[in-house]
Write a protein that binds this ligand. Structure first.
Ligand SMILES: Nc1ncnc2c1ncn2[C@@H]1O[C@H](COP(=O)(O)OP(=O)(O)OP(=O)(O)O)[C@@H](O)[C@H]1O
Ligand SMILES: Nc1ncnc2c1ncn2[C@@H]1O[C@H](COP(=O)(O)OP(=O)(O)OP(=O)(O)O)[C@@H](O)[C@H]1O
Ligand SMILES: [Mg+2]
Ligand SMILES: [Mg+2]
Lengths: 164, 158, 164, 158
């Protein structure tokens, strides 16, 4: 019980540090209040954006908190790899620079799994291999309006609706 | 394993029959607010997330069915999944015949038992509890969690 | 007691409908569960984006919810006008179109009050009369880097740091 | 009434002395994540929001003081406010002399009593309770409120 939990915690924490560094160049870590009694303890997220001090994420800015939590979620995913990932506007709080780092990372991850993401930011969709555009017809019906599929030779093909 | 296509029939904002083809790699869904982007994620969860209704933002199962006048009785989502050289179609429908709402699963076009479906989904290793699907708002929820809630979250993954 | 509350509620609701229509072209309203016993009732927000049905905001999309709540907040502000407003990334969930509507509205409101807003979106900052850019020096110190002040003749003047 | 400038001395991420001049009209603050945009809003609230500490995202008053090595003992924010042809400077400082933390207000450079400051702020009619200041996350909080919480919110404005 205790050992399984601590092994999982340590595995997640190792991933978390690596991914946070990869996204921001800063350091981050999970802290558990008691390793002796893990199943009654509390877990805190601490992060140190580049050039700053290591503090609990509560004192960071909106964007800095969301980068740290995104790194944690990706660490959860790494612990139990899945063939398909779906991420819905996880870049919402991020500025252009951070959004690009996230786009790059997901493009890389998509070599090992199918990654499907909803995003409103160009800084992310520019890293996509395929883009699906949706809109409504004015009466609440969703229409699929455009698709760019990167053909195997890397060239983008623009087609309306269904891909033949 | 990849999801090759999502076919929706009167599912939420997708009226009539709409098919979305998916490819391997990094797919980004773009579009204005309220156009149906998150509903695509809900469509996948509707089939794969058998264990949890909560995740798909509806109060009653009837809310899955595309609202129209007169009200429709049925909606369905079919995922075409390929794994190596095998292909499956896995679908789920909701039928609302007035006094009761039924939820049925179909595997390759034939009615399937719920337990068989669960076993098949487990074989895909899509760990929903480890956030393989990150819904809109999940990040905010984790930011607001207390230290104890975060420990419980990790416990649930063990 | 009851009367004051209902008068305030009706005032806010009237503003709310107007502002929501102004931002989206759709209809919205507040509903109170009991006008007879208002101080024990519940208040719901219902909205009907253009071309859709009137439903509680819980069933709407992330962006549609945030436009409705922003309209409600602006209705609160209208009830008790203030000479200064500060709004921190209220456009976070919005797509380009909705963000522009918000930018336009704030530009107009800024004729009657000082409006100070934090935004990451160009669709909003293009409506600003003044822009203040901040950044960090790499050691966690904030630096003010640029300011465009629209001179009275409408021409933008670019200056580093303090305006002489 | 308009706020003409915000002068910060070792306030949160604003080390040393930084002055931001403001004009009338629509001012937009831009910049990367964590650069100090919301801290500008906190600086204004620090002076004007005398009644509520919660709004300024700190646990202890000492967290207002810019972190540095060795730790600093004092921070302050001065707002220059003009109303018609009158001009005021209203400032607040936090002094941490080790065993206690003091918060002092100054009006036009002279120490002011807390009650005089409250009366002056009330005269500006900046209704913080009616959301004249909308902080990062306020929209999300209202979206998540229950029907009863929303009624209480409006009650607090009456
Ligand atoms: N059963 C239904 N019938 C018709 N429309 C529905 C149904 N259920 C949900 N909708 C509509 O679908 C829309 C929401 O779509 P969705 O949440 O996918 O938007 P989105 O593209 O993710 O937008 P955002 O960028 O704001 O998150 C809402 O306007 C909602 O009213
Ligand atoms: N007392 C302090 N001393 C030094 N730095 C501090 C202090 N208090 C807060 N900070 C730092 O200020 C930064 C946050 O600034 P702020 O919240 O204004 O960012 P922001 O520009 O609003 O970013 P975002 O776009 O992500 O919301 C954090 O990195 C935090 O560590
Ligand atoms: Mg969405
Ligand atoms: Mg901020």
């Amino acid at each position: 019980e205790k050992k399984t939990f601590l092994d999982l915690f340590d595995g997640i924490n190792k991933n978390f540090k690596e991914i946070y560094y990869r996204l921001t160049g800063g350091e981050a870590t999970l802290e558990i209040t008691s390793r002796d009694d893990p199943l009654n303890s509390e877990i805190y997220i601490k992060a140190m954006p580049k050039g700053k001090y290591m503090i609990k994420i509560d004192a960071l800015s909106g964007g800095e908190k969301s980068v740290a939590v995104l790194a944690l979620i990706l660490a959860f995913q790494n612990e139990k790899p899945s063939p398909v990932y779906y991420l819905d506007e996880v870049d919402m709080f991020l500025d252009g620079y951070n959004a690009e780092q996230v786009g790059k990372l997901f493009r890389e991850n998509s070599k090992k799994a199918q990654v499907i993401m909803v995003s409103l930011k160009k800084a992310v969709s520019k890293f996509a291999t395929n883009i699906i555009g949706v809109t409504t017809d004015g009466h609440g019906n969703t229409k699929i309006v455009e698709k760019y599929m990167e053909e195997d030779d890397g060239e983008k093909r623009d087609s309306q609706g269904d891909n033949k | 394993m990849i999801i090759e296509s999502i076919e929706m029939e009167n599912f939420k904002s997708y009226g009539k029959k709409v098919t979305v083809r998916l490819k391997d790699g990094f797919t980004v869904i773009i579009g204005p607010n309220g156009s149906g982007k998150s509903n695509l994620g809900d469509a996948m969860l509707f089939v794969l997330g058998a264990k949890s209704n909560k995740a798909i933002r509806v109060d009653r199962a009837a809310d899955f069915i595309h609202k129209s006048d007169p009200p429709l009785k049925r909606c369905s989502v079919t995922l075409t999944i390929s794994e190596g050289d095998k292909k499956y179609t896995l679908s789920r429908e909701i039928v609302n015949n007035g006094n009761e709402i039924k939820s049925n699963y179909y595997l390759n076009g034939k009615r399937a038992r719920y337990l068989d479906v669960l076993k098949l989904i487990d074989s895909f290793h899509i760990y929903l509890d480890s956030y393989s699907f990150v819904l809109q708002g999940d990040i905010n929820n984790i930011i607001k969690m207390s230290g104890a809630e975060r420990r419980k979250l990790i416990e649930s993954m063990a």
